[in-house]
Design a protein around this ligand. Sequence first.
Ligand code: PRX
Length: 655
Amino acid sequence: MEELKKGTIEALLHEERRFPPGEAFRAQAHWNDKGIYDKAGSDLESFWAEMSESIDWFTPWEKVLEGEAPSFQWFVGGKTNVCYNCVDRHLNTWRKNKAAIIWEGEKIHDRRVLTYQDLYRNVNRCAVALKRLGIEKGDRVTIYMGMIPELVIAMLACARIGAPHTVVFGGFSPDALRDRMNDCQAKMLITADGAWRRGNRVPLKENADEALKGCPSIKKVLVVNHAADARDVEMEGYRDVWWHREMDRSGNEVVEPEPLDSEHPLYILYTSGTTGKPKGLLHTTGGYLVGTHTTTKYVFDLKDNDTYWCAADIGWVTGHSYIVYGPLSNGATSVMYEGAPNQPHKGRFWQIIERNQINILYTAPTAIRAFMAWGKEFPEKFDLSSLRLLGTVGEPINPEAWIWYRKYIGYDETPIVDTWWQTETGMTLITPLPGITETKPGSATFPFPGIEADVVDEEGVSVPHGKGGYLVLKKPWPAMARTIWGDDQRWQKVYWDKFPGYYLTGDSARRDEDGYFWILGRVDDVLNVAGHRIGTMEVESALVSHPDVAEAAVIGISHEIKGQAIAAFAVLVSGKEGSKALIETLRKHVAEKIGAIARPDRLFLTHELPKTRSGKIMRRLLRDIAEGRILSDTSTLADSDVLEQIKEQYEEGEK
Ligand code: PRX
């Protein structure tokens, strides 16, 4: 495994560098005693039982954990409501008028602050509207929006009435949106007339209209007026209604939060896997709330007077857990930014931090590498001294980026929490605890208390420290996904079959001599492009859906900023001539089919693909060619001339 070797060498160079928590930080941290690991490790259920006390339950649970792989239930018999915990319960405290959400629009003067009271009022008005429009407990509601407060309001309103939401990232295409709505048979779509991105309006409503041509289950579309003149927006007769009208109509009416079983579905979130069809991971109520609440508080050492900013998009799990549910259930002030980091200038993030006196920043390595490439002069223009903790998530962070982040953003003082987790895990699982852990740049360090992670070989046996292998989780945790929506079999097959009883993460990792975990990357056909998870099969299917393409293979290649970039090899149908224009057309075609995040960075037209004698595409060899490496074992290749041809074409394309 070439990636394993590369990661190992890089890690070895850096594992000597250590950053202990500063004394001042340690002294005031929620957790500063290593004993918490033993406490949680020795009695997992008591540990989570204690953590669950921070949540308000309508009916107390009877049992912490029940079931066995692959279906666990947490806080069995308990009834609660996630929206109640994120909103209502703060109103009886001094937090009533505390800022819950500080929103910065992409346009520099667009700024809104919603207190917990504001949030309460708006969430209720939205919940009333949802009910009036026919949504009942259990109905699925798709939300396709940019990063605006209405997105959070809509999610919380769904949670309030027990209608599972499924948020679709605003950068996805109409096809991707349609597939996701159909998969979960959503009854309603909540969208906006546009979103601002790099100064342009993303045509969300137009995309939604296109998607809705094939979605018979959707009965109503609620449209937020945000980025267009409402008079210019085409509204479809009986189906489409304006958000602001419906909110007005709700007046001051309230809906009592529905007491929901711990295992009631909270949301479905689609993510890429190794087949062309994205998986709808199902997260439920009680365990997810306890898991995200606990990790937000202890991993970010969140205090009541902190201003906290997770710069992810709510279209991904990071935004669900660490912009919305974790922070709001803690009564935090959560900052939300609509736009791109370089809009209208490359110092925009730092300006947001200075302006709001942000204390905690959580972002992705890709963003940090882009900031590095733009230069330290941008952060240097702003006062970032309010920051006391930094976090990263989504992909391995190279030690250089880690050091840069700490030096220029954290003024060589702030702890950095490199948090490893997944859509499936719901909450962060391998992470430093900032008041306890001595960090090493590039390592996500240790499993969170109560989490049992291991690195195993093909047989599921723990490998010695220093060796790479499959990253697995040996014990359940409360925020884990419960299944793939509508496909329990796939849930079992993808995550639990390889090593019975263990959850297979799909990542490889190694532990160093001190037991630190170093995540090395995916071991399956899933790419991580700029922190976005994309399946190679999805891109391949998009390519072959073009009439000129007979066959395609997609691989990930190293990219300085994005971590990985997409390289595609396409074979044209016979008689079709290749051209630069066709290459562009095909790249664009993928963007239209899936979304701009999946557009191949490089696309090569070839006469054939390297295959084994049994017809399997040898992606490994394509990776060797693309990375300019000496070709690895070619003995199983059916026709070795193919490689020479592809190599030539590749090198030609490089010029
Ligand atoms: O490969 C790991 C990588 O991102 C994958 C999960 O992607 P997704 O479900 O989209 O969730 C991303 C946000 C939680 C993982 O299988 N990954 C995530 N965090 C890290 C990481 N790789 C290395 N270090 C991390 N901190």
